[in-house]
Design a protein around this ligand. Structure first.
Ligand code: PMP
Length: 442
């Protein structure tokens, strides 16, 4: 099934007009808007199955957006769908604990052993926000150090120099955040231990935590340079600050575990010393809303009802998200899954690189297993500054050409492409072919 013709998206355009009347900006998350790729109507999807989704006009797309990461099994994976149906049939919310929460907590702890205790929440944002509260409660300090271009959700403290959607829309420092809060956040460049050391030298005694995406997914895919995570953890500890790993994208993306257990899976050692707290989300919900955070026992025991740091949720640990999450992780624990994600992405990235080279289009691809980013530039991407310098207009042009050929990417030069376990080699080759024609047209 080839998708060589330019798509007609009239229905999406009508729906967008309608949506604009009722939903702010027509979208329920700003990263879904096409503002950064020339504006106009985003594609309204109607149905997803496997590696494809179909829009409201009936056009089919090969999906590399994967809903910004969670859809690692593809759409409507039968094992997850069964779990969701079971949850729906047995009651979706009780407001009481359930046994499945224990089963799932145990699964997460086995995969991410730095977490002695876990708490489920409803999104990555909540997970991160909660780790910050707990780190402050534990240390009695207020400041947080984060890295420019990392994205940690939309809570107040982390919308300073935020990558992903905020950068895409040119608002890395959100409005609506009091100066009194923003001044509790210190931002330093990723992969820059000297800058971190200088920040800690100045604010170390006030710093509750250093928060990092141990492998970055929000200004492209960026690996920590050798020694960076190790140095980060050492410096933080020297100053009595906690280390928070935001593994909302990383966990279960590259192997059955997190970036902090990367070496255990036979990958190059990132020197990722165990963090004090970890935030999880995305993949662990199998496509349903979820987040989780966990960490060292004595820190987590500061959380209510054991301790004075309050954090709660009516929907937290709801049976549908928990059962979908268990089903997703069960599927990901099967042999060969991550090898497949990696092989598909390797084939795709190599094909894109070869084609871009052939057409003289400068393209920097950072690939880590089944995730990679495409920056239109000829310099390496190792921090947010590098990513900002990549050509956004070229990306926009490429994005549109790909969309018209039935290939769906995130509408932002900062976001990653994700492979799923249901993409086929034919999908990859169709995508390379579409890209080849796009590069030729550019
Ligand atoms: N942390 C990271 C690293 C993320 O990539 C994201 C979402 N892109 C979040 C936190 C926030 O998660 P959510 O959108 O589920 O609130």
């Amino acid at each position: 099934m080839s998708s060589s013709s330019s798509h007609n998206r009239k229905r999406s355009e009508q729906l967008y007009e309608d949506a604009l009347r009722h939903i702010v900006g027509g979208v329920n998350s700003p990263s879904r808007s096409f503002k950064a790729v020339g504006g106009g109507a985003p594609v309204f999807m109607e149905r997803g199955q496997g590696a494809y989704f179909w829009d409201a006009d009936g056009n089919r797309y090969i999906d590399y957006l994967a809903a910004y990461g969670p859809i690692i099994l593809g759409h409507a994976h039968p094992h997850v769908t069964d779990a969701i149906c079971r949850a729906a049939a047995n009651g979706t919310l009780f407001g009481t604990p359930t046994e499945h929460e224990i089963i799932f907590a145990r699964m997460l702890k086995e995969a991410v052993p730095s977490m002695d205790k876990v708490r489920f929440v409803n999104s990555g944002t909540e997970a991160v926000m909660s780790t910050i509260r707990v780190s402050r409660a534990f240390t009695g300090r207020n400041k947080i150090i984060k890295f420019a271009g990392c994205y940690h959700g939309h809570s107040d403290l982390v919308l300073v120099a935020a990558g992903s959607g905020p950068s895409t829309l040119g608002i890395p420092d959100s409005a609506g955040i009091p100066v009194s809060i923003a001044q509790e956040v210190i931002t330093v460049p990723y992969n820059d231990l000297n800058a971190l050391a200088a920040a800690l030298e100045r604010w170390g005694s006030e710093t509750a935590a250093v928060m990092v995406e141990p492998i970055v997914g929000n200004f492209g895919m960026v690996m920590p340079e050798p020694g960076f995570l190790e140095g980060l953890c050492r410096l933080a500890r020297d100053h009595g600050a906690l280390v928070i790993y935001d593994e909302v994208i990383c966990a279960f993306r590259f192997h059955y575990g997190a970036a902090q257990t990367y070496a255990d899976a036979g990958f190059p050692d990132l020197g990722a010393i165990e963090p004090d707290l970890t935030a999880l989300g995305k993949i662990i919900g199998g496509g349903l809303p979820i987040g989780a955070y966990g960490g060292r026992r004595e820190i987590m025991e500061r959380v209510a009802p054991l301790g004075p740091a309050y954090q709660a949720g009516t929907m937290a640990g709801n049976p549908a998200s928990i059962l979908a999450g268990i089903a997703c992780l069960e599927t990901l624990s099967q042999p060969g899954v991550y090898e497949k994600l990696d092989a598909l992405a390797a084939r795709l990235a190599a094909g894109l690189a070869a084609s871009a080279g052939k057409h003289g289009v400068p393209l920097t691809i950072n690939r880590i297993g089944g995730a990679f980013s495409t920056h239109f530039c000829d310099h390496p991407i190792r921090n947010y500054d590098d990513a900002q310098k990549a050509d956004g207009e070229r990306f926009a042009q490429f994005f549109r050409l790909m969309l018209d050929r039935g290939i769906c990417l995130a509408p932002s030069k900062y976001e990653a492409w994700f492979t799923t376990i249901v993409h086929t080699q034919e999908d990859i080759d169709e995508t390379i072919d579409a890209a080849d024609r796009a590069f030729a047209a550019m």
